[in-house]
Design a binder for this molecule. Structure first.
Ligand SMILES: *Cc1c(COP(=O)(O)O)cnc(C)c1O
Length: 396
């Protein structure tokens, strides 16, 4: 049956479900009416959205190309092979898995492939910029494995690799985790590699946030150093929500089995098609120019906020985000984020390293520039946004 394109997708949705159509319109209006500095988001490209909404959303394709449990997978096989080939070229990895439905699921597969319940891991503390899936007690990773955490240096607010080494040699973790959600400095993956070698750990880089910069040649490349790297395509890369696993060839079989059938059933073939689109788009000069501007804009915003009297954690940023201390204004991070939201600037509340406030208040906000940069913002625009933030917080 053909689905003739006589009416637009929006019109069809409105005819079938006006309530959801209204909410789609409301979300578009919310986005158009606000400046989003949510560091983990960007704007998916039109081609990514078209692939996501394509007929592949209907296809069941449990298994891997050439080895599926469902009939009619020959075209889906081509999609997945193409996505894998493109990712291999883009990231320079031997093994690629494009099936994880999210970054967190990709991370689960790393545990499943490399560790047994009870095994140790060493990761950056959540309160110092880490991620739930790196051993938080509220997450399966903290419940089923034995996490130890390293913290940032109190003076520099950066990772102290000597202390990571000491902890690694003491705890001898199965997994050494490098990667963060809220850290504005490059991570020294070469140093992490040598620590992993000294203590006999698997080096896992969770590059969910920064992969979109590494592929543009901005910042260090984790693939050259890590045993396994996990990526989220919805962040800087402007792709669909989804995860990717990259690894050395020797780990491929264990990772494939960990994703399917250990964790997942049928993959989201439409999301895999959209990831393939993202990998092609991310290899262009246009993408690299965008990624460069993301970092330039982040520096411009951090500089402006610093000039305006706010303290940026670690003294600045080398990537797409900055963590900004608002305690001098006698505000919590939550109060600052609320005041900014009312003024049309969307940020995340955040905690400082060694923050005296509880996590749900915090003393900081986290600001990031992928979304505004995708919308065309320049460094001059970031100065204006910085001024607006300073004004709003001064009177909050
Ligand atoms: C965002 C993020 C993820 C992935 O999260 P999902 O929402 O599951 O896609 C994983 N690790 C880190 C460090 C992140 O910041």
């Amino acid at each position: 049956m053909s689905t003739g394109k006589t009416e637009s997708d929006g019109e069809r949705l409105r005819a079938a479900d006006p309530q959801i159509a209204d909410l789609v319109d409301a979300e578009n209006a919310r986005r158009d009416g606000a400046v989003s500095l949510v560091a983990s988001e960007s704007v998916s490209t039109p081609a990514v959205r078209a692939a996501l909404g394509s007929v592949f959303g209907d296809k069941y394709a449990e298994g891997y190309p050439g080895h599926r449990y469902h009939g009619g997978c020959e075209v889906a096989d081509e999609v997945e092979r193409l996505a894998v080939a493109r990712a291999r070229g883009l990231f320079g990895a031997d093994y690629v898995n494009v099936q994880p439905v999210s970054g967190s699921t990709a991370n689960q597969a790393v545990y499943a492939a490399f560790a047994q319940p009870g095994d140790g891991l060493l990761s950056l503390s959540l309160r110092h910029g880490g991620h739930q899936s790196h051993g938080s007690s509220a997450n399966f990773s903290g419940r089923w494995f034995s996490p130890e955490f390293y913290e940032l240096d109190m003076a520099t607010e950066r990772i102290d690799y000597d202390r990571v080494r000491e902890a690694a040699l003491y705890y001898k973790p199965r997994l050494l985790v490098a990667g963060a959600s809220s850290y504005s400095r490059h991570i020294d993956f070469a140093a992490m590699r040598s620590i992993a070698d000294e203590c006999g750990a698997i080096l896992w880089v969770d590059a969910a946030h920064i992969a979109g910069l590494s592929i543009a040649g901005i910042g260090p490349d984790p693939v050259a150093y890590a045993d396994v790297v996990t990526v989220a395509t919805q962040k800087i890369m402007r792709g669909p929500r989804g995860g990717v696993i990259l690894a050395r060839a020797e780990h491929g079989e264990a990772l494939s089995r960990a994703v399917y059938p250990f964790l997942q059933g049928g993959p989201f073939v439409a999301a895999i098609a959209a990831k393939a689109v993202t990998f092609a788009e991310s290899a262009t000069d246009d993408y690299r120019a965008y990624a460069r501007r993301v970092v330039e804009n982040s520096a411009a915003l951090a500089d402006r906020l610093t000039d305006g009297g706010l303290r940026v954690v670690s003294g600045g940023t080398e990537n797409h985000l900055a963590v900004v201390d608002v305690s001098a204004l006698r505000l919590t991070g939550r109060a600052a984020a609320d005041a900014l939201s009312t003024a049309g600037i969307v940020v995340d509340k955040a905690v400082l390293p060694f923050d005296p406030e509880p996590v749900n208040q915090g003393s900081a906000i986290r600001v990031g520039t992928p979304t505004v940069t995708a919308g065309g913002a320049t460094a001059a625009d970031m100065v204006a946004i910085g001024d607006r933030i300073l004004d709003v917080l001064a009177s909050a």
